[in-house]
Write a protein that binds this ligand. Structure first.
Ligand code: NAD
Length: 284
């Protein structure tokens, strides 16, 4: 089995990863398995997680796929019980399901006089109610509901570790995506709230805030149909002092560090940027 960048030992622990069918969390599921955890991969559709679980098992790890929607409480409670039976009580929860929706974004970065009278662009005034609600729901409730289902087992079992996924736009909103920015700010805030709430029962709660990683959800924002970087991509790279997009591998060290009870045992309630310096840079 491949070795992780840090030797955090999660042997015997059970890790639940939501959104495990996606770009970032499929990789992070492997990182957890390589550290010794038994991994439950949870996703709304199950084709990809069945394959990822097989890949982990073929590498010598232990993984199982569970189909479920993070917004449906019954799904999460059913999976929590099933994971308990199959693998044991949940020790680690990585709340990875999340994302933006194109119906909740504006076409332009800045409103300009006259835009209201144009029908060829989607302005702030045209944002779709359902799209906005969907983005808030997925990112915020999609973190809260699985936490209720799985932290119950942590509380009973004497402790655990929760990792949420925030974003750069939680620190400062990005243009065009007000719902996603607000929802991720809420995820950061909720991370702090949970850290305080569970501080007396040996559950640490932290978040990682990835910078810009290429994935299904942002592909269209970052690349033109012919594969060349969009204007937005060029701005992102100019705003990232390290001058590149993140690779999924860049997230492994931060995740393992936060989960390591010896190295990070006094760390709870932080949102760790993994962003090549984006959040530190004023642009000047
Ligand atoms: P992704 O779209 O590749 O993966 C998201 C996964 O979640 C998909 O497999 C999808 O099927 C699943 N999912 C969506 N809704 C679900 C639901 N209701 N129930 C269960 N599963 C559901 O996204 P990604 O880029 O891997 O992002 C993972 C997390 O990281 C998200 O929270 C995202 O907001 C965050 N993030 C990503 C970036 C980036 O640059 N890619 C940057 C910052 C934060």
């Amino acid at each position: 089995m491949e070795k992780n960048v840090l030797q955090t030992d999660l042997s015997g622990k059970v890790a639940v990863v939501t959104g495990a069918g996606g770009v970032l969390c499929s990789y992070l599921s492997k990182v957890l398995a390589r550290a010794g955890a038994k991994v439950a991969l949870v996703n709304r559709s199950d084709a990809s997680i069945i394959r990822y679980a097989e890949e982990i098992n073929a590498e010598g790890g232990v993984a199982k796929a569970y189909k479920g929607n993070v917004l449906i409480r019954e799904d999460m409670e059913r999976i929590a019980d099933q994971v308990l039976q199959d693998l044991g009580p949940c020790d680690i929860l990585l709340n990875g399901a999340g994302g933006n929706n194109p119906t909740a974004q504006t076409d332009k970065e800045y409103y300009e006089n006259g835009d209201l009278d144009r029908d060829d662009i989607k302005t702030f005034f045209d944002l779709d109610d359902d799209g906005v609600n969907m983005v808030f729901d997925l990112n915020y409730n999609g973190t809260l509901i699985p936490t209720q289902a799985f932290a119950k087992h942590m509380v009973r079992n004497g402790g655990g570790n929760i990792i949420n996924i925030s974003s750069m736009n939680a620190f400062l909103p990005l243009t065009k995506i007000p719902a996603y920015s607000g929802a991720k700010a809420a995820v950061s805030n909720f991370t702090q709230w949970l850290a305080v709430h569970f501080s007396k029962c040996n559950i640490r709660v932290n978040a990682i805030a990835p910078g810009f990683f290429v994935s299904k959800q942002n592909q269209k924002l970052l690349f033109n149909d012919d594969g060349t970087p969009t204007q937005r991509s060029q701005k992102i790279l100019a705003g990232t002092p390290m001058g590149r997009f993140g690779n999924t591998e860049d997230l492994a060290g931060g995740l393992l560090f936060l989960l390591d009870d010896k190295a990070a045992g006094f760390i709870t309630g932080v949102v760790l940027p993994i962003d090549g310096g984006f959040s530190a840079y004023s642009g000047v």
